[in-house]
Design a protein around this ligand. Structure first.
Ligand code: PGA
Length: 251
């Protein structure tokens, strides 16, 4: 069975106390009104992870990092390792978000190492792929996504691959208010699934593929209704418990 997942990417938002309060509000909302079939993930800033892991009681809510280092440990000032995330209570880590790729120069080759590191320390990678506007307009989006998947995932063993969650995030839809249409999302999700099934076989039919990019309570239902859309990676709308709950209940 494919797991339905709604993950909130808080990005560089919330002070420590605001983050704890938001996590408590999400925990309460999910416990009282949340769809019981959905795995909820919150990805706060690193500084909040350990405490949020303590204040969240609901076992359907997991905590994620927004990134991790390529290295295990050592003299890498400012980096946070997969093992640190795991030891602070994270179960997931977002890798390859377009903001990491474009602002911090993360390449497919680096992400291949990060995915391996995450798996080594028992974190489930939420691996993000997606094209920028010029690539879509030049009809190159399938090639871009194929490369992002092949370079980063295709050397994984079947055992490792089983842990992977994918997020398709068209970069032109992130934080812009411009959402991919349900048909556009389904077209790419199906392309991704077909590629993964061709490589990893039947297990890829169980891979959760999330949509991200201006997903909100008002459009979650039509996006999640697609056969290959298994949930969402949510930015802006994950910063209020009510909106996030509205998306969690969008299946
Ligand atoms: P958005 O961000 O929902 O604010 O568009 C999505 C993301 O970047 O993961």
């Amino acid at each position: 069975m494919r797991q339905k997942i709604v993950a909130g990417n808080w990005k560089m938002n919330t002070t420590y106390q605001e983050g704890i309060d938001l996590a408590i509000a999400i925990d309460k909302a999910v416990a009282e009104k949340g769809d019981k079939n959905v795995q909820v993930v919150v990805a706060p800033p690193f500084t909040h992870i350990a405490e949020i892991n303590k204040v969240v009681n609901n076992e359907r809510i997991s905590v994620a990092g927004q990134n991790c280092a390529t290295e295990t440990s050592g003299a890498y000032t400012g980096e946070v390792s997969a093992e640190m995330l795991w030891s602070a209570g994270a179960d997931f880590v977002i890798l390859g978000h377009s903001e990491r790729r474009s602002y911090y120069g993360e390449t497919n080759d680096m992400l291949k190492i990060k995915v391996k590191k995450a798996l080594e320390f028992n974190l489930t990678p939420i691996y993000c792929v997606g094209e920028v506007l010029e690539e879509r307009e030049a009809n190159k989006h399938f090639d871009v996504i194929k490369k992002q998947l092949e370079t980063v995932l295709f050397d994984l063993s079947d055992e490792e691959y089983k842990q992977i969650v994918i997020a398709y995030e068209p970069v032109w839809a992130i934080g812009t208010g411009k959402t991919a249409s349900p048909a556009q999302a389904q077209e790419v999700h199906k392309f991704i699934r077909d590629l993964l099934v061709a490589k990893f076989g039947e297990t890829a039919k169980n891979t959760s593929i999330l949509y991200g990019g201006s997903c909100k309570p008002s459009n979650a239902k039509e996006l999640f209704a697609n056969p290959d859309v298994d949930g969402g990676l949510i930015g802006g709308a994950s910063l209020t418990a009510d909106d996030f709950l509205g998306i969690i209940n969008g299946f």
